[in-house]
Design a protein around this ligand. Structure first.
Ligand code: COA
Length: 354
């Protein structure tokens, strides 16, 4: 495709301006309209609404319509965040798309989102793959890049099309996942752009991120990469879809999210009592309850949206944060602890002062 000469972007980056800290300027969310209830799933595999609710806390999830792609909801969530910030797409200096389920493995989801969002050509966009800890990893990268002055306004999008990657014959996994996207615009704490300048909220206090590759097999997409390239045989064995050892994942998830939360709080000189809201990755209500119990956080201070959307991987934390800040449960000045866990293994925690 040729591009008219007058749309060729200026490629010279603006001079770096280091920032004392970064903040979440605005959040946005997007979910597909189609709702898939537990009853709908019970028509496909041997399960029941009661079992899924009791063992996971999930009541329904959203599902992309045929023809709709991850990039559509990723761009919609980003547009929502930019609208709330009162900023045009031209204010974006970098796009980090955190996903495990891109439209295609090449080009990146980030490139597709850049084009759909109308961000000017030349602005970098790339994918970051760290399973369900992806959005926190993206925020950590954006925070560092904004503080050094490399980029001023960074879109960090957690977006998933998991219903396209689950095995609809496997009741152990297909009940858990849903599609959705959460986005945030990260800028310097003194960002004076747009309507968001009036409300300097969302200061990022710190993030910690960890990986342990020794347990890579507990949750994986076995085929489609170089280890087992796509083939008729691989597809017949359903190896191109999500495989998971649920109990093993459950146990690692609780341990890792508790440890990294404690580690980050200690590094910031904060105690659990200082946390007003806990926004954990939404994988299973029993995992969340176990983590909250071990940290000593009452469930009244725990943000939840998995009953409505299931596990949307990288989108769970930004969409939950968006909902709770929009409806006023999370208020200005509140200290928010976030934590996530996923395949890899990867796990992370983040602290915000809303
Ligand atoms: N409906 C009905 N029965 C089901 C079922 C379903 N959807 N899925 C599993 N079962 C059955 C099992 O086959 C097993 O039957 P059996 O005793 O006859 O063998 C029984 O229920 C108990 O299975 P178990 O695996 O012990 O259930 P569980 O309480 O551990 O719950 C998960 C299973 C998957 C919900 C749970 O392990 C989990 O949430 N793990 C974490 C997964 C996760 O969050 N992954 C993403 C991390 S980012």
């Amino acid at each position: 495709m040729t591009r008219p000469r007058d749309t060729v972007p200026a490629m010279t980056p603006s001079p770096p301006r280091a920032a004392a800290a970064s903040r979440i300027v605005a959040l946005g969310s997007a979910f597909p309209e189609q709702v898939l209830s537990n009853h709908d799933i019970a028509l496909r595999v041997d399960t029941s609404d009661a079992w899924i609710r009791e063992r996971t806390g999930i009541e329904q999830r959203r599902m992309l319509a045929p023809g709709q792609n991850n990039s559509d909801i990723a761009a919609a969530a980003a547009r929502d965040a930019l609208d709330r910030a009162g900023l045009p797409p031209s204010a974006v200096d970098l796009i980090i798309t955190c996903t495990n389920t891109p439209d295609r493995w090449l080009p990146s989801l980030g490139a597709a989102v850049q084009a759909k969002l109308g961000v000017r050509a030349g602005v970098p966009a790339y994918d970051l793959v760290t399973a369900c800890a992806g959005w926190l990893a993206g925020v950590q990268a954006a925070d560092a890049l904004v503080r050094t002055g490399a980029y001023r306004h960074v879109l960090v999008i957690g977006s998933e099309a998991l219903t396209r990657y689950v095995d609809w014959t496997d009741r152990n996994t297909c009940i858990l996942f849903g599609d959705g996207a959460g986005a945030c615009l990260i800028g310097p704490v003194d960002s004076a752009l747009g309507s968001a300048a009036a409300e300097p909220r969302g200061r990022i206090l710190g993030l910690h991120l960890h990986t342990d590759g020794h347990f890579g097999d507990v949750m994986s997409l076995p085929a489609g990469g170089t280890r087992q390239p796509a083939s008729l045989e691989a597809v017949a064995q359903r190896l191109h879809l999500i495989h998971m050892d649920g109990l093993e994942v459950f146990n690692h998830a609780v341990r890792c999210m508790v440890e990294v939360s404690r580690e980050l709080l200690a590094a910031q000189g904060l105690a659990v009592a200082d946390v007003d809201w806990f926004v954990p990755h939404q994988a299973n209500l029993r995992i969340i309850q176990a983590v909250a119990r071990r940290l000593g956080l009452p469930m009244e201070r725990v943000a939840l949206n998995l009953h409505k959307y299931g596990n949307t991987s990288t989108a769970t934390i930004p969409t939950c944060l968006d909902e709770y800040t929009q409806d006023g449960r999370i208020q200005p000045g509140h200290t928010v602890l976030m934590t996530a866990f996923g395949g890899g293994l990867t796990w992370a925690a983040g602290l915000l002062r809303w």
